[in-house]
Ligand binder design. Structure first.
Ligand code: AMP
Ligand code: MG
Length: 497
């Protein structure tokens, strides 16, 4: 069978032209394939053989777009670390088009690291290999854990150097897939410019694409805001439940679709400590683990501000309506978070006892410096003792709770019904709620180092493969499950720029 390129549609490029700039990706001199995500290609209805072919590589490298692509850089602004920045936009990325998967769902295909655009400011529009590999690993690991996220379809090296902090590094391009790349900062840009026409076109587009039920509401833009707030509450609850720290929760890095985007200085926690932060530029810890829900709320307040002019209500009534949705956020977050926690702990309900049990666990984990991921996984094993045998010790050989946990474990066993026949399905589900493998920061760094310093991509390929099945204990791969030794701890994670 002949390999065929994807068929593109370009609904965003048909919107008013204030929203973007038409720009072609810059070519790459000597592109080489790093990895094709065949599974994702198949889900999208893209021929994986074509992607891996010379033509596919040339597309991602920016050298030859297939017919039907209409490449644009999207305009946006945003609040970065709390300060307004009126001038952002895709400075090193282009949206080459959208495709419809076999179920008719629409996805953007964007090239990241594809050269300068009108929004590049002083940047070179390029990406270094390290951040591209980080995004590939972490975005696909998030997807493996069923967290809404942008995904990675493919990565190529460009054969061209990029210069960062006095170092010469290999360059790379990533093909990113998202339900859309429309950010809180996209709406903020047009609100700041008082361009209500663009604002409305954008909001209508987002409703049609992501919140079709809002179109039926009496106040569609309020219903849109409520839908976005709900998805954001659910998303940040999921992040908290796996110890994920985003690192740059600026409003330009928050997608209206509710998917996680921007895997720059992100990382997963090892030892549980609520004040953990990784980003080297986040001096004040604004985006530390424990602040993530409150920051989501803060970002939604920015979105509310941007929607205000198009609600068609009197100022006072509009503010009240938006406020009341914002005020529900804490409740929705708590509910979503407790529901995640119930699944992780095998609990049947969210009553006061369950909530207290969860709170006490976090307190103990923090006091005892327990590894976040292994603590939860060990509970899943304790609830399902048959998964551990003499031939496969599971993670029991890597982690055991200290004695101080004994009273808590007793309470948990009793509330979760460990050992009872009726609780079995609920307890078995714990094995699919508590991963064995997360992309641990020290492993990500080691994989990047091999690729950048030795051009050895073996560790990268292996890590991506292991993380595809995060809930399945894979004998022989304990190094991906273990926390860093003291000397392996990564002190700061740098921005992807
Ligand atoms: P980020 O920190 O990745 O969220 O990026 C913030 C802004 O800087 C966005 O507008 C990016 O497009 C832009 N940017 C980041 N890196 C580069 C680069 N190397 N060249 C041009 N623009 C960039
Ligand atoms: Mg960004």
């Amino acid at each position: 069978m002949e390999a065929l390129p994807p068929t593109f549609d370009n609904s965003y490029a048909r919107l008013p032209d204030h929203l973007y700039s038409r720009v072609l990706p810059s070519p790459s001199e000597q592109p080489q394939l790093i990895r094709v995500n065949r599974g994702l290609a198949a889900e999208l209805g893209i021929d994986p053989g074509w992607l891996a072919s010379e033509a596919g590589i040339q597309m991602v490298a920016g050298n030859a777009l297939p017919p039907g692509a209409d490449s644009i850089a999207m305009a946006y602004a945003g609040h970065q670390f709390g300060s307004w920045n009126p001038q952002l936009g895709d400075g090193r990325a282009v949206l080459i088009g959208e495709i419809l998967n076999p179920a008719g769902e629409r996805f953007d295909i964007q090239l990241k690291g594809s050269g300068r655009t009108p929004y590049s400011r002083n940047g070179d529009g390029r990406a270094a290999l390290g951040p591209i590999l980080r995004e590939y690993i972490v975005s696909e690991a998030m997807s493996g854990m069923n967290i809404p996220t942008t995904r990675t379809l493919m990565a190529v090296s460009t054969g061209m150097p990029v210069y960062r902090d006095g170092r010469t590094l290999p360059g790379a391009v990533l093909a990113r897939v998202a339900r859309s790349h429309i950010r809180i900062g996209t709406l903020e840009l047009f609100a700041a410019r008082r361009n209500e026409e663009a604002l409305r076109a954008l909001a209508d587009h987002v409703i049609a694409r992501h919140y079709p039920e809002a179109a039926q509401a009496e106040q569609p833009y309020l219903a849109l805001f409520e839908g976005i707030a709900r998805r954001q509450a659910s998303l940040v609850a999921k992040w908290q439940s796996i110890g994920f720290i985003h690192g740059v929760m600026n409003t330009d890095n928050m997608l209206l679709s509710g998917e996680t985007i921007d895997y720059g200085p992100c990382a997963f926690m090892d030892d549980f400590d609520p004040v953990t932060k990784y980003s080297s530029i986040d001096h004040a810890g604004r985006y530390a683990y424990r602040n993530q829900p409150a920051i989501t709320h803060w970002n939604l307040a920015c979105l509310a501000q941007a929607l205000l002019p198009i609600l068609g209500l009197e100022q006072e009534a509009a503010v009240e309506a938006l406020k009341s949705i914002l005020n529900d956020f804490a409740h929705h977050f708590e509910q979503a978070h407790q529901s995640e926690l119930n699944q992780k702990l095998g609990l049947a309900d969210s009553g006061a006892e369950s909530r207290q049990l969860g709170a006490d666990l976090f307190q103990l984990m923090a006091e005892q410096h327990c590894d976040f991921t292994l603590s939860f996984r060990r509970l899943a094993e304790l609830a399902n003792p048959e998964t551990v045998s003499e031939s496969s010790l599971g993670i029991s050989s890597l982690f055991e709770f200290p004695d101080t946990f004994t009273p808590w474990l007793e309470r948990w066993r009793s509330l979760a019904g460990v050992g009872s026949e009726a609780a079995k399905p609920r307890l078995a589900a714990m094995l699919n709620a508590n991963p064995v493998y997360i992309p641990r920061n020290h492993r990500v760094e080691a994989v990047i180092k091999s690729a950048v310093d030795q051009a050895d991509f073996g560790p990268f390929q292996q890590m991506v493969d292991v993380l595809k099945k995060p809930y399945e204990y894979q004998p022989g791969f304990d190094r991906y499950a273990t926390p860093p030794l003291p000397e392996e701890i990564v002190q700061a994670t740098f921005c992807g720029t």
